[in-house]
Design a protein around this ligand. Structure first.
Ligand SMILES: Nc1ncnc2c1ncn2[C@@H]1O[C@H](COP(=O)(O)OP(=O)(O)O)[C@@H](O)[C@H]1O
Ligand SMILES: CC(C)(COP(=O)(O)O)[C@@H](O)C(=O)NCCC(=O)O
Ligand SMILES: [K+]
Length: 233
């Protein structure tokens, strides 16, 4: 069976094509690139999780895949293996929900799930699949954009580069990038310290560098793992 899984975040689209239940290919696209992309034919199931409305992309996939398309814009509240803490569970981001399900594929322990995308989210799921709650803060690009846009002289100087580390910066861009990285790491560490029995999982576009600094495995496919669990159950 050939299955196409798609995760549409606020910045990018990630896809995974599973061919005959074993082989798979994957990729990342900017949302503007999606209409020009050569999407595969002959797919039996297409599952799309989208955190924003994306009417145009929905119409595009609907036209291409018809009844094979399952479009998830919110958690499936009928799914039995998950206990929500939100009074209105449909307000919980579908990506956060799927990433928690994905972490469950890898561990039976309580899990602390970090998704470092447009926004950075942290979610806690206990061993009984009870969502304890979570946090939402701006992601790295958004944080930097707030500083560049909201001040006069914190500028993206072209003769400077992001530092890629968290040593004290010695020019403007390094101060911003190192500061944001250190802020995110301190945030993750602060929650982790309070929940030491929770196993840490990191995913998302900025997750790799965070995982390197926390000596945690990086799970770029956590949302797809959650989708596969959802489709199997
Ligand atoms: N080529 C890239 N294009 C855009 N963002 C990138 C790229 N490489 C890394 N990133 C980082 O990844 C983050 C977006 O992560 P991603 O998981 O794709 O977000 P979302 O799921 O919200 O669309 C951005 O904040 C940015 O810092
Ligand atoms: C928090 C998010 C913006 C994260 O999205 P992303 O960074 O992956 O684009 C998304 O999960 C969302 O829109 N959530 C709805 C509000 C909530 O989860 O409470
Ligand atoms: K996110």
């Amino acid at each position: 069976m050939s299955v196409l899984l798609i995760d549409i975040g606020n910045t990018r689209l990630k896809w995974k094509h599973i061919i005959q239940d074993k082989e798979s290919q994957s990729g990342t696209l900017l949302k503007s690139e999606v209409p020009h992309y050569q999407w595969p034919d002959d797919i039996e199931h297409v599952v799309v999780a989208s955190v924003s409305t994306n009417d145009e992309l929905r119409a595009l996939f609907q036209q291409k895949y018809g009844v094979s398309l399952k479009w998830l814009s919110e958690p499936d509240v009928g799914f039995e293996g998950f206990h929500h803490c939100y009074p209105d569970p449909q307000r919980l981001g579908v990506d956060r929900w799927l990433a928690m399900l994905g972490a469950r594929v890898h561990s039976k322990n309580p899990v602390l799930v970090v998704d470092a995308g447009t926004a950075l989210t942290i979610d806690l799921l206990n061993e009984h699949n009870q969502h304890i709650g979570g946090y939402i803060v701006p992601g790295q690009q958004m944080s930097a954009g707030a500083l560049f846009g909201g001040t006069d002289r914190v500028e993206q100087y072209l003769d400077e580069a992001d530092s890629g580390n968290m040593y004290p910066g010695t020019h403007t861009r390094a101060c911003v990038s190192a500061g944001i990285l250190r802020q995110q790491l301190a945030f993750i560490e602060s929650v982790g310290k309070q929940y030491p029995q929770y196993e840490l999982f990191i995913t998302g576009g900025d997750g790799r560098v965070l995982a390197e600094h926390t000596e945690t495995g990086y799970y770029p496919n956590l949302i797809f793992d959650g989708m596969e669990l959802l489709c199997a159950g």
